[in-house]
Ligand binder design. Structure first.
Ligand code: HEC
Ligand code: HEC
Ligand code: HEC
Ligand code: HEC
Ligand code: HEC
Length: 212
């Protein structure tokens, strides 16, 4: 009805174009705390579905930091060449990797998961607690292109921390053999293994553990 609030065609188109430009620019700089579902295009079409699904490479073959340091890390291109000096050398995607190695230039992978600087997360403490990569990253072995599977908000972290703590409190203590059973064992068999109490996991919920 009111034509005066309608933008002329040209301006609208221009507005649309600049909105896209802003999106593209923030995409390039790797925005902090990306959303669930974020799945940027990568400079080389590396597929986790092929390498870890089809060929069953272990995650830590490439992400060597996951078990011993804060960051899992992304492999150097030289790791790719362990195989690709032989495999698919005629592929244009592999030739990009070979060129990067020859020029001693890193491949500029677009970072997908990134917490803001004020939040502290450490891979080693989670991986050595027995958590699988997939708990937090989804079915990476089926991903042709990696996507952020979980929200990775503070609420998401705390949910698991509270749930883990609650489950351990409600879990029954490990059962010890009763006297009769002990006696039977001592007569028949070598001494039973001493009972090992499972390690108590203590995921923190206080602010300063995650905001240091
Ligand atoms: C052959 C090497 C290789 C193997 C094996 C591998 N990855 Fe990766 N991974 C990469 C490379 C290269 C990237 C960066 C490019 C990309 O995102 O695809 C990456 C990226 C990722 C990312 C996203 C990192 C970010 O930017 O936030 C996650 C999560 C990840 N990998 C998890 C896994 C898991 C889980 C496994 C095992 C199921 C695995 N990877 C096995 C090489 C590998
Ligand atoms: C352990 C051996 C191995 C390692 C390490 C490895 N790849 Fe591969 N890659 C393969 C195999 C096997 C294929 C599948 C070849 C086929 O389809 O015949 C493949 C396929 C590919 C393809 C698809 C090529 C095409 O055109 O079909 C790309 C791209 C690729 N790899 C990139 C990488 C990158 C980047 C890395 C390092 C982060 C890497 N690979 C590390 C074994 C490896
Ligand atoms: C408890 C949840 C959790 C588990 C388990 C986990 N990750 Fe992560 N991962 C994260 C979070 C959160 C980030 C973002 C960290 C940041 O920005 O500081 C991340 C980031 C990454 C990244 C990119 C940044 C970096 O640290 O190098 C890679 C690669 C990655 N994870 C791979 C893995 C692999 C491989 C495993 C299993 C061996 C794994 N993750 C297990 C939560 C997890
Ligand atoms: C799926 C469950 C799970 C999720 C999701 C998770 N955690 Fe944890 N977290 C744990 C467990 C289990 C421990 C206890 C480890 C132990 O006691 O050995 C832990 C321990 C910690 C610790 C103490 C050890 C250390 O590294 O200093 C911090 C800090 C922490 N988590 C931060 C985070 C943050 C930040 C997030 C979200 C980005 C997160 N966690 C998501 C399960 C989880
Ligand atoms: C288990 C880890 C963990 C604990 C414990 C934790 N936080 Fe956070 N917090 C995070 C992560 C991860 C983020 C970043 C993601 C987000 O904004 O949700 C965050 C974000 C925040 C933000 C910024 C929110 C925003 O909108 O930008 C504030 C403020 C904050 N936390 C305060 C607190 C306070 C206060 C406590 C204690 C009562 C606390 N946090 C405990 C992990 C934690």
């Amino acid at each position: 009805m009111n034509d005066s609030i309608r933008l002329p065609r040209l301006t609208r188109a221009a507005g649309h174009a600049s909105a896209l430009l802003v999106l593209a620019l923030t995409g390039c700089s790797g925005p902090v705390n990306n959303q669930q579902g974020y799945m940027p295009e990568q400079p080389v079409a590396f597929s986790h579905a092929v390498h870890t699904g089809q060929y069953e490479l272990d995650c830590q073959y490439c992400h060597v930091g996951a078990e011993k340091s804060r960051h899992a890390g992304v492999p150097a291109s030289s790791v790719c060449m362990n195989c690709h000096t032989q495999v698919k050398t005629d592929s244009p995607e592999i030739q990009k990797v070979a060129a990067a190695v020859a020029a001693n230039q890193p491949i500029e992978w677009v970072r997908i998961h990134r917490l803001p600087d004020h939040a502290y997360f450490n891979h080693a403490s989670h991986v050595t607690a027995g958590l699988e990569c997939q708990t937090c990253h989804g079915k990476v072995q089926e991903m042709v292109r990696v996507e952020q599977a979980e929200p990775m908000t503070m609420g998401w972290c705390l949910d698991c921390h509270r749930k883990t703590a609650a489950e351990q409190v409600s879990a029954p203590p490990p059962s010890a053999p009763r006297t009769g059973e002990l006696l039977a064992m001592s007569i028949q068999a070598p001494a039973p293994e001493p009972l090992k109490a499972p390690r108590i996991l203590q995921p923190p919920t206080d602010c300063s553990s995650c905001h240091r």
